[in-house]
Design a protein around this ligand. Sequence first.
Ligand code: SF4
Length: 63
Amino acid sequence: MENHNNISMHGGHNDSIGCSVSECKFNDKADKYCTLQKIEVVKHETEAKTPECTDCGSFVKAN
Ligand code: SF4
């Protein structure tokens, strides 16, 4: 089974996932990182051709 725990967590966030989406409940706004161990990156076009065609599928709106 794949080990998802072998990541670098620092100050409560995942050093491997930088993110500036401050509206997300999982965002570490102070340091601009994601706090999840793993995210799902998705596309919203049939064929992704630019960065704008991709999204974070793990986003959840903060209260
Ligand atoms: S879940 Fe996605 S949008 Fe939310 S903080 Fe993590 S990477 Fe950013």
